[in-house]
Ligand binder design. Structure first.
Ligand SMILES: [Zn+2]
Ligand SMILES: [Zn+2]
Length: 478
């Protein structure tokens, strides 16, 4: 009797499960019998508290040529470069003194391979990794005391204000509940009471991108007509059809046999030609910019695509792809925006999500003398006034994300980093130069009469490629 009942109950549960799935399928409009599609894990970013910028005091720079001349005058003989006898460590040619600029010939390698050097001209002691600290002093913005370096991490050094009378420290200390205070006594590491600054040592010079280079591709060697290429781009990029579907469509509708791999190859070539044009085009910009990250799949792994764009003109200004959602990529993304200005506006400001990497990027640029504001908007449903004020911007970002995902979905991820960059480049070219935008009264963000007077999209794609090719030749001869 009991085993029979059990079997009966199992059958009933199975039946109910079927009913529930059927109802859900009807309700959601999506098959609930299939396995759920793998979706990116929305990994929470590291929540770290980023303090205000420190006071950065640039030290007066000395000039080794002046110092050498003074030495000669005072001692009536020249100061000779460092003699390096056998066994003495050499100093790499690329290193010079951060204080006076003396070349490597005047530097002692102080402790072998550890990267400590001393300058013979000005006697400055320095470590090549932290040479910046010899060019500037960092002071606490709350008490003006010099910050102390307390930790060295892979990409940055941590500086701390150790002043016990610092108002920042006092305020945090007094703000603790008695429970927190007793916890603090047991585990002081668990609390952040002191002012902290992270100084990045990323090997990146802001605004150092060189002028655009002519890509090494020759479209004349592709075995398709410009019109066919325009059709392919229209189907694949504008309409988001997969490369395979595009190939099938070309065969079934247009009678053109072309493999999906050839389609991807052609698109790589076109992306190389369009990229300098898209990146260096003299866009007319507004004063509202926002940025966001979205996911794309590269080689079976989720990558981050960083978008920064002009929220009013609807122009995408930067689009780096990275396996990591890190400060280095945030810096690259913002740098691509800064590159677009002839002069960086004084009241420049970016609206981004709550990820602290943008604040760290802001600090990085400030260290190099580039200043802008960062406004962080956390979530759409947030009720604080900042969020409400910036809600339209956030909606613009999400609409852009949706548009990109709509076009990207069918491509089923990218087989390589190169392929993903190509597709994103083509998407940005389409978005900035070809796609009519409802918020712009149906106009394209960059209005170019040469493109717009053409009767159809394939013709506009080939014209855009032509414009990009002419433009790069102009740049080279200018
Ligand atoms: Zn020196
Ligand atoms: Zn302080």
């Amino acid at each position: 009797m009991y085993p029979q009942l059990l079997t009966y109950l199992m059958e009933l549960i199975k039946y109910q499960d079927q009913v529930i799935r059927t109802l859900l399928t009807l309700l959601i409009g999506k098959g609930m019998f299939e396995k759920p599609e793998e979706t990116p894990v929305n990994k929470p970013y590291r929540k770290l508290q980023v303090d205000d910028l420190p006071i950065i005091e640039t030290l007066q720079k000395l000039d080794y040529k002046v110092l050498l001349a003074e030495y000669l005058e005072k001692n009536r003989k020249e100061l000779k470069p460092v003699q390096r006898r056998n066994g003495k460590a050499n100093v790499p040619k690329s290193i010079n003194c951060p204080r006076c600029g003396a070349p490597s010939d005047y530097l002692y390698a102080n402790n072998g391979g550890k990267g400590q050097f001393q300058c013979k001209v000005c006697s400055c002691l320095f470590n090549d990794k932290s040479r910046y600290s010899k060019e500037a002093i960092l002071k606490c913005p709350h008490c003006s005391k010099t910050l102390e370096k307390v930790k060295e991490r892979k990409d940055f050094d941590v500086f701390k204000c150790k002043n016990n009378d610092c108002p920042y420290y006092q305020k945090k200390l007094n703000g603790m509940s008695s429970k927190e205070k007793s916890q603090f006594k047991k585990d002081p590491q668990a609390f952040k009471l002191r002012y902290i600054f992270r100084q990045f040592r990323i090997d990146f010079q802001p605004l150092s991108k060189s002028s655009p280079k002519k890509p090494k591709v020759d479209l004349a060697r592709l075995y398709v007509s410009p019109h066919t290429l325009g059709l392919i781009l229209t189907y694949h990029v504008n309409y988001g059809l997969s490369a395979r579907k595009t190939a099938a469509l070309m065969k079934d509708v247009h009678g053109v046999s072309i493999s999906h791999q050839s389609i991807l190859n052609y698109e790589n070539a076109v992306a190389l030609i369009l990229k300098p044009y898209v990146d260096y085009y003299p866009y007319e910009l507004s004063d509202q910019f926002c940025g966001d990250e979205t996911y794309i799949r590269v080689n079976g792994r989720w990558h981050y695509l960083f978008f920064f764009f002009d929220a009013v003109k609807k122009i995408i200004l930067s689009y780096p792809v990275s396996p990591n959602r890190d400060t280095a990529t945030a810096i690259r993304a913002i740098d691509d925006v800064l590159m677009k200005f002839k002069e960086i506006p004084e009241d420049l400001s970016f609206v981004v999500d709550g990820n602290p990497i943008y604040l760290l990027a802001q600090h990085f640029f400030a260290q190099h003398g580039f200043h802008f504001d960062i406004t962080q908007v956390i979530g759409l449903t947030n009720e604080d006034p900042v969020s409400k004020e910036h809600r339209p911007l956030k909606q613009v970002i999400e609409r852009l994300n949706r548009t990109f995902k709509g076009n990207y979905r069918s491509t089923h991820g990218f087989g390589s980093e190169e392929g993903s960059v190509s597709f994103v480049t083509l998407f940005v070219a389409y978005f900035n130069f070809l796609r009519p935008h409802a918020a712009l009264e149906g106009k394209v963000p960059v209005l170019n009469p040469e493109l717009l007077q053409l009767p159809n999209m394939p013709a506009r794609w080939s014209k855009l490629i032509g414009l990009a090719q002419d433009w790069i030749i102009e740049q080279q001869s200018a």
